[in-house]
Design a protein around this ligand. Structure first.
Ligand SMILES: Nc1ncnc2c1ncn2[C@@H]1O[C@H](COP(=O)(O)OP(=O)(O)O)[C@@H](O)[C@H]1O
Ligand SMILES: Cc1cn([C@H]2C[C@H](O)[C@@H](COP(=O)(O)OP(=O)(O)O)O2)c(=O)[nH]c1=O
Length: 806
């Protein structure tokens, strides 16, 4: 199926990066993310190094403390972010906080003390709390509204993609410092060993210096951003200057009345002042739960905020509207009341309010259990990785490899997810992937070997990634957009909290368990405390996976083992029914209905929507979508041929259809495209069958033969009284439209009978409803039958992985 890559197609990235100010912002954000991940690795590594001569428990406390100062503030102090939001000039805030973080990181290796490491690490995170809303505001400021989702997706990719990059850089720096250390000492391997020891510090130091430099570079890049509207806080209301032409994409929000959160925030752009009157799409639609909405995801009007507060990467599902509304700073001349200030997500509240709104069905409860349950696999590796790598004799570079393998594996799993084991049902893939992740981790804990650990940790990450993507796909089928967005917000909060808790608790637990040598006759088995922690995490993953998957996979006819083996061989089950084997990768949708029902209008709307979702769409119609068809159409609709025999007419339509299927529809479906056709077989059954009084079964047989029995996945019937439809067209024009009212009444009844016969394949809608309502109803019905809606959520979910900011 052709759709945008999970993390945003390159073309899409190019699209937003073409906006020059955004490009600068993006570079600055990339550098910040890189510095952040590098900082996390280096702090944990240095904490281990600075305490290497102390007892294991103290050492574990140091490592846990370093993780806590780095990961704690974004989780525990997220309300602070809201207080700091929008108080200062955003560009200067970004510059100052990035510079401050840079200086703090540079100071850590210079001081070389554990206490300063913890203090400076913590201060850097406080600075980050101020940085986060400033960067969110800058994003909404620099990118036109239409491109905000793409920009946010790219931001997510960057925030998440920076983790493996930082791990690679860290490993490189660690190895280079080690080599330099060895070269300085020179001589024998013994000397190299002691050199390694003597230069342990520089290994982590180099990474901290690098993090510092990267942050300073981020500050410089942020400095080059177009000046933010400092006047926004200062200009008196009367002197509202027109935004200058230098930032044509800038949006000037009009603050909504402070006391009615639901009131539609109005916004306008320089070029499109008329948008001012357009309310944001979904505001008010879910008014009933507006009070809940303030919590998860900092939603306003039912939509996710432009990035939440959370520096850990905003949760903005692809395609989600990102309202720059109330969380935008006041426009020139407006001073927003305190209540209206940028309201970032309050993570604690999100957790507190929990996923209860989402856990409506056993399936969703199962998905939440499994997805939340598999994350400790990755978190545990991050938590004990440093000490475990030491236990395996691999030091800082080994830590970087494990850390990088876990996160890179997870990214890979998310991207490859839909393509892995294509013939396994998704419900089963979900459980199998979680189990695989747990088992890989289990073996990692059991076998103390660095090379094996790296491979297994990557495998565990891949499996975890696959399970997340699969879970999201299943969720997309089950949940309405609005609930899904909040569910993702909840999952994101859970994942980040888990990472914090596991990264802090894991080293302590490892120290408490301690390392043991077990003698089995001749053999000695080194049992590491860190390995034990990985085992515990693995068991937790397996239990959560079992509980979750049991709810999700309600059991098919085929035993799991058989289905799994078949899928591993890359073949669908031989017993799977013939229709399944014949299934084409594409999706075939047909719109039917009388004259003027609005079919072409809806085909147009749906095509636009599906293309935006990243699908390849072929919109077509009958009669007349092929060269031959155009000639047939002319014959069929020309008034000259009034009185054509009913059978000839039916056969000509069938001939047009045969050509249409073979030249247009089938090739597109084979490619995996979504084909939307304005009319198909049902039109002949209704017009020539019911209308002209031919025997429906016979007409049907001819058409099945003509089309090779190609049936639509969904037929949308737009039902309308014929006179109203014809009136929309402004009078009859062609031969068929000019038929009698009775004829059109029979046609209408013909359509309705067809729909009644097979309700599962039809969506019948009252075509007198407003066109937008109809489009929305079709979208709702269509969503579950579309191929993997993976990209959308894969992007959103990346926001849950790093605890580091975008
Ligand atoms: N839901 C609707 N309500 C009112 N008018 C509509 C609606 N949908 C379409 N129209 C208008 O009716 C006319 C016929 O619509 P069209 O999509 O061409 O119908 P069809 O393809 O079924 O003949 C157009 O002028 C269109 O703008
Ligand atoms: C496909 C098909 C169309 N028709 C008629 C219905 C329409 O009046 C006409 C198609 O003309 P068209 O201009 O495409 O009308 P619409 O926009 O309403 O689809 O052909 C049949 O009678 N049988 C068929 O099988």
């Amino acid at each position: 199926m052709s759709r945008s890559a999970p993390f945003g197609a390159p073309g899409e990235a190019r699209g937003v990066l073409a906006i020059k100010p955004f490009r600068r912002l993006w570079i600055s954000l990339s550098l910040s993310s890189l510095g952040d991940w590098l900082g996390l690795l280096a702090l944990v590594a240095l904490a281990a190094v600075l305490t290497r001569d102390l007892d294991p428990l103290t050492r574990s406390f140091a490592v846990a403390g370093a993780a806590a100062v780095k990961l704690g503030p974004p989780v525990l102090l997220s309300p602070l972010s809201g207080l700091l939001a929008d108080r200062f000039d955003r560009r200067l805030t970004m510059v100052a906080t990035d510079a401050l973080r840079g200086l703090l990181y540079l100071s850590i290796p210079i001081a070389g003390r554990l206490d300063w490491l913890l203090i400076a690490g913590f201060l850097a995170e406080i600075a980050a709390l101020a940085w986060s809303p400033a960067k969110d505001a800058a994003l909404t400021d620099l990118v036109p509204k239409k491109k905000l989702p793409q920009a946010a997706r790219l931001g997510l990719l960057t925030a998440y993609g920076a983790a493996p990059v930082a791990a690679a850089l860290f490993a490189l720096l660690a190895s280079v410092s080690w080599l330099i250390g060895a070269a300085v000492q020179g001589g024998s391997t013994d000397a190299a060993d002691s050199a390694a020891d003597a230069f342990l510090n520089p290994q982590a130091d180099a990474a901290l210096y690098a993090a510092g430099v990267v942050f300073v570079a981020a500050a410089v890049t942020a400095w080059l951003l177009p000046a933010a509207r400092r006047e926004s806080l200062e200009t008196p209301p009367t002197a509202a200057p027109k935004p200058s032409g230098s930032a044509p994409t800038r949006e000037v929000p009009v603050a909504p009345p402070p006391d009615n959160e639901r009131t539609t925030p109005l916004r306008t752009t320089d070029q499109a002042a008329n948008e001012r009157t357009a309310p944001l799409a979904t505001t008010g639609e879910h008014a009933a739960d507006s009070n809940e909405r303030t919590a998860p995801l900092a939603t306003t009007g039912g939509q996710p905020a432009a990035g939440g507060d959370d520096r850990t990467a905003p949760l903005v599902p692809a395609g989600a509207e990102i309202p720059p509304g109330p969380e935008m700073p006041p426009g020139p001349g407006e001073r927003r009341p305190a209540k209206e200030r940028f309201q970032p997500e309050n993570l604690l509240r999100t957790l507190w309010q929990g996923g209860r709104f989402a856990a409506t069905t056993p399936l969703v409860r199962g998905l939440l259990t499994g997805m939340a349950g598999v994350f400790p696999a990755v978190a545990a590796v991050a938590g004990v990785g440093r000490v475990h790598a030491d236990g395996l004799g691999a030091g800082n570079a080994g830590f970087a490899v494990l850390f990088g393998a876990a996160f890179a594996g997870m990214a890979l799993g998310m991207m490859a997810g839909p393509r892995i084991l294509r013939h396994l049902s998704r419900a089963r893939l979900f459980g199998v992937a979680i189990a695989a992740s747990g088992i890989a981790l289990l073996v990692t804990g059991l076998i103390p070997n660095m090379a094996l650990a790296a491979v297994l940790v990557a495998a565990s990450g891949v499996a975890a990634g696959v399970s997340w993507v699969t879970g999201l796909t299943l969720m997309a089928q089950e949940l309405e957009d609005d609930v899904r967005t909040r569910t993702l917000g909840y999952l994101s909060a859970v994942a980040r909290t888990q990472l914090l808790l596991v990264m802090v608790a894991a080293p302590l637990l490892a120290a408490a368990i301690g390392d043991h040598s077990l003698r089995l006759g001749e053999l000695t088995y080194e049992f590491l405390g860190t390995g034990a922690v990985l085992l515990i995490a693995a068991v937790a993953v397996l239990v959560a996976g079992f509980l979750g998957a049991r709810r999700v996979d309600t059991g098919g006819e085929v035993p799991l083992r058989r289905e799994l083996f078949a899928a591993l061989r890359g073949v669908p089950l031989p017993s799977a029914d013939a229709a399944e084997e014949k299934r084409l990768p594409g999706t075939f949708i047909v719109l039917e209905g009388g004259e003027g029902a609005g079919k072409s209008t809806q085909v147009g709307q749906l095509s636009v929507w599906l293309r935006e979702e990243g699908f390849e769409v072929v919109s077509t119609r009958e009669p007349g979508s092929t060269k031959l068809g155009m000639r047939l159409r002319a014959l069929l609709l020309d008034r000259e041929h009034t009185g054509m025999s009913a059978r000839a007419e039916a056969l000509l339509y069938a001939a047009d259809r045969a050509e249409h299927v073979s030249k247009v529809i089938l090739p597109a479906l084979r490619r995996g495209a979504i084909v939307i056709s304005d009319r198909y077989i049902d039109s002949t059954l209704a017009y020539q069958g019911a209308g002209r009084d031919l025997v429906r079964a016979e007409v049907e047989r001819v058409n099945e033969w003509a089309t090779g029995e190609l049936a639509p996945d969904l037929t949308v019937l737009l039902d309308i009284p014929p006179d109203e439809g014809l009136a929309r067209l402004g009078g009859s024009t062609d031969r068929i439209e000019a038929e009698s009212a009775e004829f059109h009444a029979r046609v209408r009844k013909g359509f309705r009978d067809l729909a009644d016969r097979d309700p599962a394949r039809y969506l019948v809608l009252d075509a007198r409803e407003p066109a937008e309502e109809i489009t929305r109803a079709i979208q709702r019905r269509l969503r579950p039958i579309l191929p993997d809606p993976v990209p959308k959520d894969a992007e959103a979910i990346t926001g849950m992985l790093p605890t580091i900011k975008e």
